[in-house]
Design a protein around this ligand. Structure first.
Ligand SMILES: NC(=O)c1ccc[n+]([C@@H]2O[C@H](COP(=O)([O-])OP(=O)(O)OC[C@H]3O[C@@H](n4cnc5c(N)ncnc54)[C@H](O)[C@@H]3O)[C@@H](O)[C@H]2O)c1
Ligand SMILES: N[C@@H](CCC=O)C(=O)O
Length: 551
């Protein structure tokens, strides 16, 4: 069926701004609204989540649970799992939806995502936040940053960036010629595979390719199924046509393998661990002869992020920034701080860095997310709890001293105390491996070895995601920044290494941390397009020869 494109105007996307953050202070209307949404969700018990293929809810009968990590006896949802046959149907349906989606005028495509952002910011804000709190273990502040603010920002700025991308056109036309570039969606379908830790990333992983006209098979994280289902329903309400994004929860290996083995596989949009991404890249490489083209592989992955404190730093501020970066959301941000380098004299001084850190970390309150006052909540799942506790143990065995925390309690929820390990071995296990939990390892360096410490930071891990330098001495900032140019994709001066905001700090990392295509940027959208240049001549020629061919 052909779908004629009609657009009698050059429409401009309205100006976009970051979604304003709300504070949820006691007795505010926002606090009451969110509390009511959390209470209602807890009272309702276990939700049922279907797959959604071609706009149809599919209940396969093979079910899995997403538990509440604050109270693991309770399941937030039970979801129906897709299998290989259903994924085959999803791919077929997506390819059938492709022509109409590609042919939809740009302004209409854009309007769907802008409307979804407004629905999320208003009508569904508390519900999606509640699902993020109860399902992914975020406290109110972290849920607001993620499920409300960043999710809206990805949608609104994404559309603005697509408009900017489309407007990049050849700067020159020779006489009687008009040159154009169109940014075609990829041939085939995009496979979107998202992590548990950000509802906003779950949303952006399928939406970024869809914004620029692609159809997408989306496998959400099992540990974020319910919030991801709710954002899918918002996209539907905003008018996303059936089949453009197929919502396919279920076991990762068979779902992903079925998509990757398909001839029409055009791209992987992945965020998650380095280990999984590398394996998927290898599987894709092995299939190269099968595909129509060269698949675009986009993946943002793990990190082992650092704070480097210079002797000129404001100690108090660096301590508090360190606590936020290491322990907010229980250290389960890819950007979370996990290795800290402090000059020995500052570390050991009376009332110095170590004492302040011990004191303030010792005061952190930890508890279930429906009790709004806690700074920290649970880690996501049994396997994370076991891995984190195992690494704390390994850190101790490697000679590390636990200076605060070090214990966990998994009797009701998966709770790990914020833990600081002091080490004299800068290459010890907890300085090198990604932990993805509330564990910070500190190495106190000789005061006169600032430059050597920069080299150490650069060479300690395979990752290159985020880092921060704390210094009031401009020369030290410049020196460290130059020496650490390739040690992180995100560099902060006198600020914590987490909390990038869409439209302000485009996010990404290199080395083992990803392909650095920058979530929340025009560069990312470019990866899901395949340009076509069009040259049109307005004047016919009378003969093939050129003037130089004549006497
Ligand atoms: N760099 C970034 O922007 C960024 C952002 C968020 C999270 N992360 C990283 O993500 C990780 C935490 O998230 P996670 O625990 O959800 O990661 P994960 O790698 O376990 O899972 C990510 C996705 O891959 C799927 N998956 C898991 N095993 C698979 C397999 N064998 N085959 C196919 N798919 C598979 C999962 O179901 C999920 O949808 C951390 O390493 C963190 O650093 C990175
Ligand atoms: N935007 C986030 C990164 C997301 C990773 O999990 C930050 O910078 O903290």
């Amino acid at each position: 069926m052909s779908h004629p494109v009609t657009q009698h105007g050059l429409f401009e996307i309205p100006p976009v701004n970051n979604e304003p953050m709300r504070n949820y202070e006691a007795k505010s209307a926002d606090r009451a609204g969110l509390q009511a949404a959390v209470d209602a969700m807890m009272a309702k018990g276990t939700f049922e989540v279907p797959c959604i293929i071609n706009g149809r809810e599919v209940r396969t009968g093979r079910k899995s649970k997403q538990v509440n990590p604050s109270d693991h006896a309770k399941a937030l949802c039970e979801y129906h799992e897709a299998d290989e046959a259903l994924i085959g149907e999803a791919i077929k349906g997506a390819l059938e939806a492709k022509t109409a989606w590609e042919h939809m005028p740009w302004n209409d495509r854009a309007a769907i995502f802008l409307k979804a952002a407004d629905l999320l910011a208003g009508k569904y804000r508390y519900e999606v936040m509640a699902a993020t709190m109860l399902g992914q273990g975020k406290n109110v502040w972290q849920a607001e940053i993620d499920a409300a603010a960043e999710a809206c920002d990805f949608l609104r700025f994404g559309i603005k960036y697509a408009e900017q991308l489309y407007s990049i056109q050849p700067p020159k036309n020779s006489p009687n010629v008009w040159n154009r570039v169109e940014y075609r969606p990829l041939e085939g379908f995009v496979l979107a595979v998202s992590p548990f830790n950000f509802t906003a990333i779950g949303l952006n992983i399928p939406c970024a390719p869809a914004m620029v006209g692609n159809v997408v098979v989306w496998k959400p994280s099992p540990m974020a199924t319910y919030s991801n289902y709710l954002v899918y329903k918002i996209l539907e309400e905003a008018g996303l046509p059936a089949g453009v994004i197929q919502f396919c929860p279920g076991p990762p290996e068979p779902i992903v393998a079925t998509a990757i083995n398909h001839r029409e596989f055009a791209s992987l949009h992945f965020t998650g661990s380095t280990f999984v991404f590398r394996n998927l890249w290898k599987q894709i490489s092995n299939n190269l002869d099968k595909y129509r083209g060269y698949p675009r592989i986009v993946g943002e992955t793990g990190g082992k992020n650092f704070h480097l404190v210079h002797k000129s730093a404001n100690v108090e501020s660096a301590v508090h920034q360190t606590i936020r970066a290491a322990f907010e959301y229980q250290g389960q941000k890819c950007s979370a701080l996990s290795r800290l380098y402090v000059p020995k004299s500052m570390w050991n001084a009376k009332g110095g860095f170590k004492e302040l850190l011990q004191k303030h970390v010792g005061e952190i309150s930890l508890g279930p997310v429906n009790e709004f006052q806690h700074f920290m909540g649970p880690v996501i799942a049994r396997h994370s709890y076991d891995k984190i506790m195992g690494l704390i143990d390994a850190g101790k065995k490697a000679g590390g001293q636990i200076i605060t925390g070090g214990v966990g309690d998994d009797s009701k929820g998966f709770f790990v105390q914020p833990t600081v390990i002091e080490t004299t071995d800068p290459g010890s296990v907890t300085m090198v491996n990604e932990i993805f939990g509330p564990v910070l390892t500190v190495y106190a360096y000789d005061d006169d070895k600032f430059e050597e410490t920069c080299h150490l930071i650069d060479s300690t891990t395979e990752y290159s995601l985020t880092g921060a330098i704390f210094s009031t001495d401009r020369a030290a900032l410049i020196k460290a920044s130059n020496l650490l140019r390739n040690a992180s994709g995100m560099m902060y001066y006198n600020d914590k290494c987490t909390g990038a905001v869409v439209g302000q700090q485009p996010f990404g990392g290199a080395r083992a941390s990803g392909t650095n295509d920058r979530a929340g940027s025009m560069a990312l959208l470019l990866r899901f397009t395949s340009a076509r240049t069009i040259k049109e001549s307005f004047v016919d020629i009378g003969h093939y020869s050129y003037p130089s061919n004549h006497d």
